[in-house]
Design a protein around this ligand. Structure first.
Ligand code: ZN
Length: 136
């Protein structure tokens, strides 16, 4: 079972100019900034109640987010659902016939465990499953 929306991921060309909108105009609080080498991004998290907005800047054009920007331009990239037991959730999704991009959970932003499901199996929406670090 998904507990709630953890965050919405948004691809940007560059984080700092994007913060003018999210911190400045939208008045969201920047709570975390990190380079996630494994995903080829620099990312920030902004608080929005119990949820977050995640801004993603590619480390190079030859990364998943870099290719996304090339293909689609800046904008919504993925939705992330929070779970308390990622292993059993991935098992459940596989059993439901949903193909996963990540066979095993990997370390995501802020020490979370994450895995992506293939958008072909999720109605065109790139879907991330997140188990926050606090829970493991
Ligand atoms: Zn994400």
């Amino acid at each position: 079972m998904f507990d709630r929306i953890d965050h919405v991921g948004i691809a940007v060309e560059a984080i700092d100019p994007a913060l003018a909108l999210y911190e400045g105009s939208f008045e969201m609080k920047l709570v975390h900034r990190e380079v996630v080498e494994e995903q080829g991004v620099e990312a920030v998290l902004l608080d929005l109640g119990e949820n977050h907005i995640e801004l993603l800047q590619p480390l190079s054009p030859d990364t998943p987010v870099g290719r996304f920007l090339e293909r689609s331009g800046p904008g919504m990239h993925h939705i992330a659902y929070q779970v308390s037991d990622i292993d059993s959730e991935l098992e459940r999704l596989r059993a439901a016939g949903i193909k996963l991009i990540d066979d095993q959970p990997r370390v995501g932003i802020r020490g979370s465990l994450v895995a992506f499901a293939h958008p072909k199996y999720t109605g065109g929406v790139l879907t991330e499953i997140v188990q926050p670090a606090e829970d493991h």
